[in-house]
Design a protein. Sequence first.
Length: 306
Amino acid sequence: MNYIKHLTGFFEKVSVDYDLNPTHISLYMAIFQLWNQNRFQNPISISRDELMRISKIASTATYHKCMKDLTDREYVIYKPSFNPFKGSILEVCNLDFYTKPVPKKELKKRATKSKNDQVIEQVNEQVTKQALNKHQTSSKHVPYINNINNTNIINIAKQENLKNEKKLIFTNSIFDEVQESDLKVEKEKEKKLREKKKKIEEAALSSRAQSRPPKPTLEEAQIYFLEKKFPEVEAQRFFNYFESNGWLVGGRTKMKDWKAAARNWMLNTKKFGNKPNNSVRTETKTINLNPNHLHVTNQKNYGEAL
């Protein structure tokens, strides 16, 4: 294998093929690098990710399009594996003959082929002219062409066109299947990532719910207030106040320790002079158990001016 002749033939062929762009050349150079690493064996196993990394192609759609174009123009023969964990098989076509001089036989074949193409074109033109002259009233006549002698050439050309169309359909179906399999793999990866994120969020919510202390019942609050020598009425006020706002401290943050909040409640009742209510309500009237609560200790002289 003379890689210099091969590369020379490749660039000679590419210089004439105007449908290829720099992305195709970059992909072929990446394929040539892998082929060189495998000591120019045919076929070789390739990896799409590795070829995209070497050729600097970022899109899978661009990769498949370029690979399809190289296969259609007989630069390579691509056989996909349809498995993301198994490499595809690729065969590099021989391009050495593009650097060799064209022999006389090949020139004769090309000349006869070009003549056949010209005859086919003339026949097609005459058929179209005849179809047009059917609808016209001019006195011009179409020159006669012996269609009997050219039927064999036309049939051969039709067969070649059918073969090329079948080949294109087959290659298009292969690349469509590859793209569909890649899309399925990417969708499965996205689905797994979403499920993983959902599980992490659910675990975080459950851990927060477990770490959050439970709120007390009315009975627990009353028992705690009685232990601190406060009446049950204050416990009921405390419970009703925080039950109404969802056990939020300051109306914003969740309560972490309800006993600490209860102690703060007791301090505030002492601070603002809210003494425990020891009154008892009967059927006829309310009896106050703390008499003389309006008496003051200091003596004031109300005759002096303020």
